[in-house]
Design a protein around this ligand. Structure first.
Ligand SMILES: [Ca+2]
Length: 476
């Protein structure tokens, strides 16, 4: 009939609309922010879970995160100007800043050392109860002190075997105490176990699970790195004899896996506590590592290199409310966790945060946050990669490696000297210079008088065995 509805009906409709809008806003405002449980392992290789491709490993609890959540297979820490790669890695993660702009680095902003700009304070300002437990060494002390509660559990030599159990006990106690006290704030737990970093001591039942003789070596295993990469005898490289042997390497793998399985077992207990306290469905669980580790790959045993199965490549898995199941090959950094957590928490970012929120990737709205990713180590190594190609440059010895990661994921075939790949080397070198300039990295990619790259182990070190767990060599 085209007749206008009576005025009273329109008023009622308008009121209903206003009421609905108000209600929706109230519901949105009251929608609980997710708890965040971040498990950040120490020296955990990128593929270091059964569900991430290491068949010999037993990690049933952490595997469930991969099975129901989103895994980032190309996550890295950006680099380190010191042998203790952990330190800048954890600093970048808790500040969201790149390696040359973290506090005390070459090019920090004036606010870089202000605790108000650190992740725990940003989460607290967004209404979170912030709680940390983990190792104290190489862990960015100002960052962990910025948590409302910060507990240190180093697992010093001789007691390290029980560290995962103790960490889990304290975490479970915290989760239960919140339930008992009816704490209404969401939590942000930063659980930073000192494993599987050496000394690799797990509880005996986990060591019994792994027979070294049955463990496969990496396809990239070599007795010696074929030339001097600039960091051949750093502390971590002294943890195995030269030349590296299959027997010693398998023994180290067994201990490494035992520590990971021990961590997995006790993380499973934390998962049970979350379920028992009714927090499971509202907890975003993030599993990551601070840096990678070579375990015989390319003849190396440390994290002071830029190979994929080496120093900077780390695991990263998200699982929880609203997280779809899948795998992403987006090129991401650990420092992206800062804006990602802030995004889930509804927290504004402080000035100077360079990481990028991964939430749009996780939720399938975009495929990537950057086109290329660069890493570095001291003045002796720089690398850049895209979806397929990777270049590593060693300025001190004037060497370049080019790998086709799609065909050669273990980086066994260096294509840099092949004429048909010259354009690829030039393209990636130019991109590397751009990334370095953007990151305030002023180290040269070419030097006037490069050193000879020939290398053989210094004689006193040739027969050196792995030091005992209370080793005198300085910790990295
Ligand atoms: Ca580490």
């Amino acid at each position: 009939m085209g007749r206008r509805p009576p005025r009273v009906a329109r008023t009622q409709a308008a009121s209903a609309l206003v009421l609905c809008t108000l209600l929706c806003s109230a519901i949105a405002a009251a929608a609980p922010k997710p708890n965040i449980l971040h498990i950040h392992a120490d020296d955990h290789r990128a593929e270091g879970l059964h569900a991430l491709g290491t068949d010999a490993l037993r990690t049933p609890h952490l595997d469930t995160l991969v099975e129901r959540g989103m895994t980032f297979t190309c996550c890295y820490t950006m680099g380190s100007m010191v042998g203790a790669v952990c330190t800048p890695s954890r600093t970048m993660m808790l500040t969201g800043r790149s390696w040359m702009r973290i506090p005390k680095a070459a090019d920090p902003l004036p606010n870089a050392a202000d605790p108000a700009t650190f992740l725990p304070r940003v989460m607290a300002a967004a209404g979170y109860q912030t709680w940390h437990i983990g190792k104290s060494g190489n862990a960015f002390p100002p960052g962990i002190r910025a948590f409302e509660t910060s507990l240190i559990e180093d697992g010093k030599a001789g007691t390290r075997a029980g560290s995962s159990r103790r960490l889990a006990d304290r975490t479970i106690e915290f989760i239960r105490s919140r339930a008992a006290s009816r704490e209404t704030r969401p939590f942000y737990i930063y659980l930073a176990p000192p494993v599987p970093h050496d000394p690799r001591e797990a509880e005996p039942q986990f060591h019994r699970l792994y027979d070294p003789a049955t463990l496969p070596l990496s396809p990239a295993f070599l007795p010696l790195h074929p030339w001097d990469n600039g960091e051949m005898t750093v502390r971590d490289e002294q943890l195995a004899p030269w030349p590296r042997t299959p027997e010693d390497t398998r023994r180290q793998l067994a201990d490494y896996y035992a520590c990971i399985t021990g961590l997995d077992f006790h993380v499973g207990r934390i998962f049970e506590a979350l379920q028992a306290c009714g927090q499971w469905d509202n907890t975003l669980i993030v599993f990551s590592g601070d840096n990678g580790l070579s375990l015989g790959d390319h003849g190396l045993f440390g994290k002071q290199n830029l190979y994929e199965f080496g120093g900077m490549h780390v695991p990263l898995v998200f699982a929880g409310p609203g997280i779809p199941n899948g795998k992403s090959r987006a090129l991401v950094y650990l420092m992206d966790l800062f804006p990602t957590f802030s995004d889930f928490a509804g927290a504004p970012l402080p000035e100077g945060v360079e990481g990028k929120s991964l939430r749009p990737v996780i939720e399938g709205r975009i495929a990537k946050v950057r086109d290329v990713l660069y890493t570095g180590y001291r003045d002796c190594m720089r690398s850049i990669r895209d979806d397929r190609w990777k270049l590593i440059r060693y300025p001190l010895v004037d060497r370049t490696q080019l790998f086709d990661l799609a065909a050669d994921p273990h980086e066994l075939h260096n294509l840099a000297a092949q004429p048909e790949h010259a354009a690829q080397v030039a393209r990636l070198s130019a991109l590397l210079e751009i990334e370095m300039a953007a990151s305030g990295d002023k180290y040269p990619l070419k030097i006037e008088h490069p050193l000879p790259s020939h290398w053989s182990p210094p004689p006193p070190m040739q027969k050196r065995q792995a030091p005992p767990s209370n080793q005198a060599v300085s910790k990295t």
